[in-house]
Design a protein around this ligand. Structure first.
Ligand SMILES: NC(=O)c1ccc[n+]([C@@H]2O[C@H](COP(=O)([O-])OP(=O)(O)OC[C@H]3O[C@@H](n4cnc5c(N)ncnc54)[C@H](OP(=O)(O)O)[C@@H]3O)[C@@H](O)[C@H]2O)c1
Length: 398
């Protein structure tokens, strides 16, 4: 949703060149007329053990004498069976939604959060700054823009001896103003390479670990976005997500022999982000289809709301960053604080009532969760299968 707004602003608001005045289209944003349907799109409330391995332990896991539950809400009797903290890996936990979620979970004392971050020092400082109890988190290096780093992270995590109970694929980059594509270490366009392919490899490798965990509720959560859902008005703001027939992805997304865009088109940074979010939501469903019954793991995605002040918008034009939060707060009323969004994602991690697999969660204005509908493309089973197969070739799993 945030990115819907982001795109809308970027598509309606032009930065002055050579002191020419800013041109604002009278569509919706800062003009007077904001149709109800539009507001609805920006604010969903209007819409409807394994046993410990030997090896280096980064942080000892303390067996708890008291009965604990992984839920930040009410305990279920099933969860009371567990005597240890849950271990949750959160990618991109050094800022925004990831950090707020890490805080919400760690504060319960029932979770050990593995903050999987590309900037170790930044993550450590961020954890301290928001007051995450020291004994409840571990920072581990992960750069999703390098498949080698993803594999290294998985090795490091396994050497820690910690079981894995929940994996949250949260990190993302958004490059709406980029004129030219940039690339990951392996030469994939950066947004899709980081947001989708890095997470795809990570979750495929860690599926084994999740499967071995004896924790009562094991989950793999991939953060999605309304941005990629063209069944919403905001999702129809150009450039719209569209994976086409995946020809660019199949060609390697390298901008050399093939396009840097999944659908084979011209590079567009905002679209690349939206496409990557469609990939995230399709991947969650393909995981569900292939592994839920066999493993009992819950696979889920979510749209956390418009968290207009996160670092996601760091690459956007300065004026956008100033105007976007008040626009979301006062016009669309779709604004959600980092703290609130973190609580939402923490519930998807731990709340027994959100254990259904294959679901894309959203929240209404009362902050109540509901199962949201994905767009036609984001729920296209054949595309999900094809995406899976092409992605596994690109990351070296097939
Ligand atoms: N903000 C919104 O309104 C909104 C709406 C819908 C969905 N979302 C989703 O929410 C998730 C979190 O976004 P956010 O808004 O919290 O943005 P954010 O504050 O920018 O957080 C993104 C995180 O991803 C990390 N990251 C970026 N590239 C990475 C890489 N190569 N390897 C490892 N980590 C990397 C960043 O690390 P550094 O700290 O080192 O930069 C940061 O911790 C994303 O999946 C986004 O699509 C956000």
């Amino acid at each position: 949703m945030a990115l819907q707004g982001a795109s809308l602003i970027s598509s309606t608001l032009r930065i002055p060149k050579e002191n020419k005045p800013i041109a604002l289209k009278e569509t919706t944003l800062f003009g007077v007329a904001v149709p109800t349907t539009f507001r609805a799109e920006f604010n969903p409330s209007f819409a409807g053990n394994k046993k410990e391995k030997s090896g280096l332990s980064v942080r000892p896991i303390r067996a708890q004498t008291a009965i604990t539950t992984p839920s930040i809400n009410q305990a279920s009797s099933e969860e009371k069976k567990t005597l240890r903290k849950g271990n949750v890996i959160i990618t991109g936990a050094s800022s925004g939604l990831g950090l707020a979620t890490a805080k919400a979970l760690a504060e319960t004392g029932k979770w050990n959060v593995i903050m999987a971050c590309r900037n170790f020092l930044k993550a450590e400082k961020a954890a301290k700054a928001v007051g995450i109890p020291k004994e409840n988190y571990t920072v581990m290096h992960l750069d999703l823009a390098s498949l080698e780093s993803v594999r290294q992270f998985v090795d490091t995590f396994r050497h820690s001896g910690m079981p894995l109970d929940v994996l949250v694929c949260n990190a993302a980059v958004y490059l709406p103003t980029a004129k030219e594509p940039t690339f990951t270490a392996e030469g994939f366009e950066l947004s899709v390479g980081t947001n989708h392919l890095g997470h795809f490899l990570l979750s495929r490798l860690l599926l084994d670990d999740l499967t071995k965990s004896e924790y009562p509720q094991r989950r793999l959560i991939i953060v999605g976005s309304i941005t990629g859902n063209t069944n919403t008005l905001a999702g129809n703001v150009p450039p719209k997500a569209n994976l086409g027939d995946l020809r660019g992805l199949a060609g390697g997304l390298n901008g050399l022999g093939s396009s840097s865009m999944i659908d084979g088109g011209e590079f567009d940074g905002a679209k690349a982000y939206k496409d990557s979010k469609v990939c995230n939501m399709l991947t969650m469903q393909e995981f569900h289809k292939r592994y839920h019954e066999e493993t009992g793991i819950t696979f889920a995605s979510l749209y956390p709301g418009c968290i207009a002040e996160t670092g996601l918008f760091r690459e956007h034009i300065p004026l956008f960053r100033i105007l976007f939060p008040p626009f979301q707060k006062y016009i669309t009323k779709g604004y959600v604080s980092e703290e609130e969004a973190g609580k939402r994602l923490a519930k998807v991690v731990s709340d027994p009532t959100l254990s259904k697999s294959g679901v894309y969660w959203s929240w209404n204005k009362n902050s109540s969760s509901f199962e949201n509908q994905l767009s036609k493309e984001a729920s296209d089973k054949e595309k999900a299968r094809k995406l899976w197969e092409v992605s596994e070739k690109l990351v070296g799993l097939a």
